[in-house]
Structures are given as C-alpha cells and as structure tokens.
Design a protein around this ligand. Structure first.
Ligand code: GUN
Ligand code: FE
Length: 444
C-alpha cells in the first residue's frame, strides 16, 4: 500500500564469502534508507543521498541501534513437529517411531493443522524468518491448512505433502497412486498461487518404496519449477538401513540420483555422513544441502562439514535449516550459534560473514531464489528483518566492547535469539513488531 521506507543500518551480501574474499562479500551501510513500493525494494542507499527524495513524501520507520537484513531463510523445517520440540532421549529412528509418527497422526484433523500452521508461522516471523522449506504430513489437508495460513501472511513458503508408503504406521501411509494424485492436485491448487511454491516431499528413502521414489521423480519432471525435499545421510543407523534396503546402490545419494530426484530445486536435509563422491554428485546435480546444526546435535546425529561441502573447486549449495522438531530453536541466530560450534569441532571457523550469508542470501541461493530474495537491492522482494543490537541488558553491555560490524554480528549470533528481532517485514508489510505484542495468546 503506497511507498514507505525503513531507515537504519543495513547489511546485504552480493557475493559468497565461501568462494571469494569474505570481507568483500557484503555491503554495509551504517545509515541507510530502504524504500519499499508494491512489496518490493524500490531503492536502497545511504540516507544522506536519498533523504531529499524521501522526506515528507512517504512514512519512514526509523530503527536506531539496529541492523536491517534480508529476512532469514530456513531451508528445512517440519511444521507439524512444533508440538514435539525437545522430545527426550532418542536417536533418529527411535525418535521417529516413538514421537514423530505419533504426533503426525493428529494432522488428519484440518482444524488442528490450521491451528498449528498459524502458530508456526507466527513463531517463524517472531524469529525473523520469512521464507522456509516446510514439511507438512502425509495428509493433503495438512498442506491446504499450511498454505492457507501462509497466504494470510503473504509469506513466500515452499511446502508439500509427505510421501510415505512403507515402514510407517498404517494411518500415515499413502500409496504410489494416492501419493502421486494427491500431490498433483495440491500442485495445481497451490504452486505459484500468490507467493506459495510446492515441494514434492518423499520423507526419506526408508519410508518410500522404489516405485514411490520413481513416481515422485515423474511428478517433479512433469511440474517444472516445483521443489523436491527429502532427508539424506543424517544418522549412522539410518545410513546402514538404507544400504540394506538399496543393496545395489553405491551410496545413499545414488538412491535418489538414479531415479531422477537430484537436480536444481532439490533440497537434501542433514548430509552429515556423506562421502566425497556424494558431494561431487550433489555439486554436479545443482542440488542443495540443508545444514541443521541444532537437530544434528540434539539427536546426536553428527557434525556437518560445511567448509567441505562448499569447497571452491566443486561448491555445493548449502542453506541453514532449523529442522524443528528434531532441531531445538526457530531462531536462525541460535542455529548459527550451534553452526559455529559444529564447525569448531570440525577444526574450522565459521566467521560472522560466512554465517550471516548462510542465513540470508546463501539460503536463497540454495533454493534458486537469489534473483529475488536474500538481498537488499532494488527489485528484490521486501522481506526484511530488523535486528536489535541492544535487545537484552547483557547484549547491550557486550556490544559496547565490539570494535566493528563483524564483531557485533558475531556477538549477535552467539547471544541472540528471538528477543533480538525488533521487527519483521513480509512483502513490505510489517507483520511483527516486538514492541507491539499483545499478551501471549493462550491455546485452549
Ligand atoms: N528422517 C526422516 N524423517 C525425519 C524427520 O521427521 N526428522 C528428521 N530430523 N529426520 C528424518
Ligand atoms: Fe527433518
């Protein structure tokens, strides 16, 4: 609705710090104006240069002591698992059977799916995340509920129905045919409607038959522009099981690649235990990996090697994922905190430039959306997060001892969480403002 602007410090990446000089990969303006028109960024530049054309002609929201970034991108998350974050004490396969497959049965009820979708999206926006690649459940109604809620916020979401025709409870299984038809109908209904994008979602190779994986690949081929998301090499028990189920494949990635489920707009979550051959195959395919540090630590899955994946001679696209509810936080700041520690345990160092790239433009690049999302540049969609550099007494105190932007960003990702999010904008509209929150809604 009309032109308006944000004023404050900005940070936006124009290059990949893993592949070029990290210090030359971003633009930081200490006092900038971001002019928004029709949901897009019309202009962004130094306040002193733009003030004359802006002042008096449009409303300006001023954010001192803050940093304006592109909205965070979460490349792997399960909305139905919001209600089971922190389920105690198991590794992946027991955790799936004991908690996940019990919880997901509740999403046969569209009212429950609608309630959780709404809460989930509010939680993402409170954390400053404006785009995510989201698992629903096997129930088509869980997808309708999610996209309906996302349409109301006008968020750019990538989501789809889980395909799962074996090794799961009866109530959560589809068939090759019903999975294909339900997904095709959902694609026709939702893909490209407003900002919604469809994602064909075989849960992982252990819960889809070979025929269902082939059918998913056919569906993906038949609908160019749609996404494909699955899990890959998360846990050693899982990797061993896949080797038994697919004895004629040389590795886990090959199970997906040979049926046609590897290519641009494919997202593989975790990839903790992948080989050099698998990383090369992933690079050749143009597929993306989602790094899910809080989940990989919580479920004891292992340590993703981000600098190996992003090796400059065969870089693989990598985004960050929270993997709620295997993961433990919606906040990409908390996720980066854990990503730093995972890199440290691999004897590498994730700088603030690497980290904030992954959370913004890197995620958009992984999703082939970096021509429209993940940067503060004219023409880009106006999904923005305003981070508060003084959101808690400790943060305020600590920031006084930071010498430069990169030190401040590093403290933000080490101490920060949803309290550091002052405001979130979606398609130019303020959808979350920390200072204007009503008393917390209570769920009956
Ligand atoms: N592998 C297959 N399903 C799941 C899931 O729901 N969460 C995680 N973290 N891994 C999986
Ligand atoms: Fe997952």
């Amino acid at each position: 609705p009309g032109r308006h602007a944000l004023r404050g410090a900005t940070l936006s990446f124009h290059a990949d710090p893993f592949l070029s000089d990290p210090h030359a990969s971003y633009t930081h303006l200490p006092d900038a104006l971001v002019v928004i028109e029709d949901g897009r960024i019309a202009e962004a530049g130094p306040y002193d240069r733009l003030r004359a054309s802006v002042e008096g002609s449009m409303p300006v929201a001023h954010y001192p002591d803050a940093l304006i970034l592109p909205g965070f991108v979460d490349t792997h998350i399960h909305y139905p698992q919001t209600q089971m974050i922190g389920a105690f004490g198991e590794q992946l396969l027991e955790w799936l059977n004991k908690y996940t497959f019990v919880t997901e049965q509740q999403f046969a009820d569209p009212a429950h799916a609608g309630m959780v979708s709404e809460l989930f999206l509010r939680e993402l926006l409170r954390a400053g995340t404006t785009t995510a690649a989201v698992y629903c459940t096997v129930h088509p109604g869980s997808v309708d509920a999610f996209f309906q809620a996302s349409q109301r916020f006008d968020t750019r979401m990538i989501a789809g129905k889980v395909l799962m025709d074996r090794n799961a409870p009866e109530a959560l299984r589809d068939t090759v045919q019903s999975g294909y038809e339900d997904s095709r109908n959902l694609i026709r209904k939702w893909h490209g409607k407003g900002r919604q994008l469809y994602c064909i979602t075989p849960r992982f190779a252990a819960t889809s038959s070979q025929a269902q994986l082939e059918s998913a690949a056919r569906l993906w081929r038949e609908h160019p522009g749609t996404y494909m998301q699955t899990h890959l090499s998360e846990n050693l028990g899982e990797v061993g099981w896949i080797a038994e189920l697919f004895p004629d494949c040389c590795d886990y990635f090959e199970v997906y690649r040979r049926v046609g489920l590897a290519g641009p707009r494919a997202i593989f979550a975790h990839a903790v235990h992948v080989s050099e051959d698998e990383l090369c195959a992933c690079h050749r395919a143009g597929a993306a990996l989602s790094h899910c540090p809080t989940s990989n630590l919580f479920l004891g899955s292992g340590l993703f090697r981000v600098f190996d994946a992003k090796r400059a001679d065969r870089p693989v696209r990598v985004g960050l994922g929270t993997d709620i509810g295997g993961g433990t936080a919606f906040s990409q700041l908390q996720t980066l905190n854990e990503a730093y520690k995972v890199a440290a345990l691999n004897q590498t160092r994730l700088t603030a430039a690497h980290a904030f790239y992954l959370a913004t433009r890197g995620g958009a690049h992984a999703l082939y959306l970096d021509d429209r999302l993940g940067a503060i540049e004219p023409g880009y969609e106006a999904d923005l997060v305003v981070l508060d550099l003084k959101s808690t007494p400790l943060m305020d105190f600590r920031m006084r001892y930071c010498a430069d932007l990169m030190e401040r960003l590093f403290v933000l990702m080490t101490l920060g969480d949803d309290r550091a999010v002052r405001a979130t904008y979606v398609a130019g509209r303020p959808v979350y403002d920390r200072s204007r929150q009503p008393a917390p809604f209570r769920y009956a």
